[in-house]
Design a protein around this ligand. Structure first.
Ligand code: ZN
Length: 164
């Protein structure tokens, strides 16, 4: 199954069962009934800064934006670019966070998961134990939400296929 192929078979079966019974949409809506209202790059920026200031005070972020060019969301749900360059003899670091545009219209938990993931990369470049531990520190049910975000992407794919 796309997006969730690395999860336990039993979990995949449960989702397949929901799809077969046309209940995946209802399942997601019940679990996450409310969508967020962070629709612009400006509001996204302050949303990210609030989280950043709570957990990663000393880091700087120069840019935050929704990016419609992140097409292959299965590869990356958001991106975090760390650019270091020498400017006037000083090493300047720039952190840029981009969030795929589809996350404009989702429950807040989903947006938070993406932002938390990218923020955690400030500390850990790899997806290792320390990385996920820090994700969970910022969002308690991070693992569950990441799974549900993947399920949501699957749901969008199914809706898309129906339209064709
Ligand atoms: Zn990552």
């Amino acid at each position: 199954m796309k997006y969730i192929s690395h999860y336990p078979q039993q979990l995949q079966d449960q989702i397949q069962h929901l799809i077969d019974n046309d209940k995946l949409g209802i399942y997601l809506e019940k679990k996450y009934p409310k969508k967020h209202s962070i629709k612009t790059d400006k509001t996204l920026y302050s949303y990210v800064m609030d989280l950043k200031n709570e957990y990663l005070k000393k880091f700087q972020i120069s840019k935050v934006l929704y990016d419609g060019k992140i097409n292959d969301v299965s590869q990356s749900l958001g991106t975090h670019t760390f650019i270091s360059r020498v400017q006037g003899g000083k090493l300047k670091a720039k952190n840029i966070i981009k969030v795929a545009t589809i996350f404009k219209d989702v429950p807040e938990e989903f947006l938070k998961m993406i932002v938390v993931h990218e923020l955690a990369h400030f500390k850990e470049k790899e997806h290792n134990k320390a990385f996920y531990k820090f994700c969970e520190h910022m969002q308690k049910d991070y693992h569950q939400v990441e799974f549900d975000v993947r399920v949501y992407l699957l749901h969008l794919d199914i809706l898309q296929k129906r339209k064709i």
